[in-house]
Design a protein around this ligand. Structure first.
Ligand code: AMP
Length: 521
């Protein structure tokens, strides 16, 4: 896929049903800002909302900015926050947090995107979470887009949403169904139009998570269940693949807009991306991470003396797994690494100076690890920069005697074309240690031992063990196991035709030394 921009984002939608209990300054604007704040983990680059208010001349109005949710809504300034709430006060609306993976930190890429038209239903706004794998093909078929940003798949989504509704009004259910006939990839969309229809859809494979809640006071949908924290005592429900939540004129319902051929839930949402307090497709993310730690402890082969060993998580994601590991193996769990709370940078994303950023992000707590053998728990190893730096840091500055790295996720070996930045083939540490035969072997294979040993050596670990694919599937525990999951970045098996196609292209270009700046170019 061409372009610099990929989306790892959060979407939210809300309609206030009767206003009671939710009466507050800003109305929908207030609730959206709180929902986005709860989902800051899904994107710190930009944030925004579009609200609907029939009493306003500007029936749909959008507020978006580059920056965190706090910055976008001036949450730390009572006066400025209040003025934004007054200006965007609405009856319903949608929101977005954006997490770009490189360059283009401009306001134009921030969402929601608004589309204007002469008819009320042609005036709409939407926000989008995922990545369209057949973006280049769609772009070619859509003709010139009215924008200077041909790299944004959001533009293509907007084009198809607009096309489906012009010149005659179409039912939003049919509009969404039409998208599934064109799009290949992951695409959860929150939508609001100038007639006051609010809709939130989950794509038919359910690659990214989506949940919803309908109470007496509101109907809302969001990427993660944590979004509803403090808004209702009831547990949010899962929006199933191919379903949408639609609300208009004070009513709300969940409808099926398209058939779902299968589930392909992204394993990385559980391993790294989602908030530990979220429940995705009926599974608690915290619980999954704890079980991954327990499983790693059960798979352990070295003998662990509690007087010699301590378990240290790489905070914050690996914390539940480290606790599960420590509990199972009878070792103390220690905070050998403390996350610098002032640090808000994006370690993973920036190519240059990543080591420097990892250094700024973590402090070594010598008191917890000096003279100890450390079991270092990480959620995933992608390029290996983080673990390489931290292993050395624990030994050099923390005076740890040994560092044994345990990872809750099998090795990442293929790019993600559905919205998680997994870097390019040649940057992935597991690929750099594999020969051409090992690289072409996709499917249900764990890494050869000599490859794992090579990685251990590069990162300076005294030993290295990854979670097995079977272990991961078991810990996530979806009803149909691996059949319900997308694990393409681990196995090279993609759930859509364009995923397969792009993977072949990426592998070929890596093998013949022509890999671009990014894998999906
Ligand atoms: P590295 O091996 O240095 O490339 O980075 C791996 C670390 O970055 C992991 O420990 C994760 O905590 C984090 N990470 C992995 N994938 C992502 C991603 N797509 N976006 C942001 N952080 C990530």
């Amino acid at each position: 896929m061409a372009g610099e921009v990929k989306e790892e984002c959060a979407v939210a939608a809300i309609t206030l049903l009767n206003g009671e209990g939710l009466k507050t300054e800003g109305g929908a604007a207030f609730y959206l800002s709180q929902m986005l704040l709860q989902m800051q983990n899904r994107g710190q680059l930009a944030s925004g909302i579009t609200t609907y208010n029939p009493k306003r001349t500007q029936v749909l109005s959008t507020h978006k900015k580059v920056g965190t949710v706090s910055e976008t809504f001036a949450i730390n300034s009572k006066e400025r926050f209040s003025s934004i709430m007054k200006q965007f006060n609405g009856h319903s609306g949608i929101g977005h947090n954006r997490y770009s993976t490189s360059g283009t930190d401009d306001e134009y890429s921030a969402q929601p995107f608004e589309h204007s038209g002469s008819k009320p239903w042609e005036w709409f706004a939407f926000s989008f979470n995922g990545n369209i794998a057949n973006f280049t093909e769609l772009k070619a078929s859509s003709g010139p887009l009215p924008s200077s940003r041909p790299d944004l798949d959001t533009e293509v989504v907007m084009h198809f949403l607009a096309k489906a509704q012009a010149p005659v009004k179409a039912d939003i259910q049919d509009v969404f169904k039409g998208l599934t006939e064109k799009f290949d990839g992951a695409y959860n969309i929150a939508y609001v139009d100038a007639e006051g229809t609010v809709a939130a859809m989950r794509d038919p494979l359910g690659i990214r998570p989506m949940c919803y809640s309908i109470t007496d006071g509101f109907a809302g949908a969001a990427s993660e269940s944590v979004a509803f924290y403090g808004m209702t005592d009831e547990d949010p429900k899962t929006l199933k693949p191919g379903e949408m939540l639609v609300s208009k004129d004070g009513t709300a319902e969940v409808k099926r807009y398209a058939k779902s051929p299968r589930n392909a839930h992204c394993m990385f949402e559980y391993v790294y991306f989602s908030n530990a307090a979220s429940v995705l497709d009926g599974r608690s993310v915290y619980d999954v991470r704890w079980k991954l730690g327990v499983e790693l402890a059960k798979q352990e082969t070295i003998s662990l003396n509690p007087n010699e060993f301590v378990v240290v998580p790489i905070p914050d994601t690996a914390k539940p797994a480290a606790d599960g590991y420590a509990y199972t193996s009878g070792l103390p769990a220690m905070e050998g690494l403390i996350k610098n709370r002032g640090y808000t940078g994006r370690t993973f994303i920036e190519g240059a100076n990543r080591e420097e950023k990892v250094k700024q992000k973590f402090n070594v707590n010598k008191a917890a690890i000096k003279g100890k053998k450390v079991i270092l728990i990480d959620d995933s190893i992608v390029r290996g920069t983080t673990s390489k730096f931290l292993v050395n840091h624990l030994k050099e500055n923390g005076k740890a005697k040994e560092v044994h790295v345990r990872v809750t996720c099998p090795p990442v070996r293929s790019p993600c074309f559905y919205g998680i930045d997994m870097s390019k083939m040649g940057e992935l540490i597991a690929n750099r240690h594999s020969n051409s035969e090992q690289l072409q072997r996709n499917g249900w294979n764990n890494l050869d031992e000599e490859v794992v040993n090579g990685i251990a050596k590069e990162i300076g670990a005294d030993s290295l063990r990854y979670m097995s694919l079977d272990g991961l599937v078991k810990c996530i525990g979806l009803e149909n196991g691996k059949k319900d999951m997308c694990m393409a970045c681990l196995t090279g098996d993609y759930p859509t035709p364009w995923g397969e196609k792009l993977r072949r292209k990426a592998l070929d270009s890596y093998l013949n030394g022509t890999e671009g700046k990014r894998t999906y170019e």
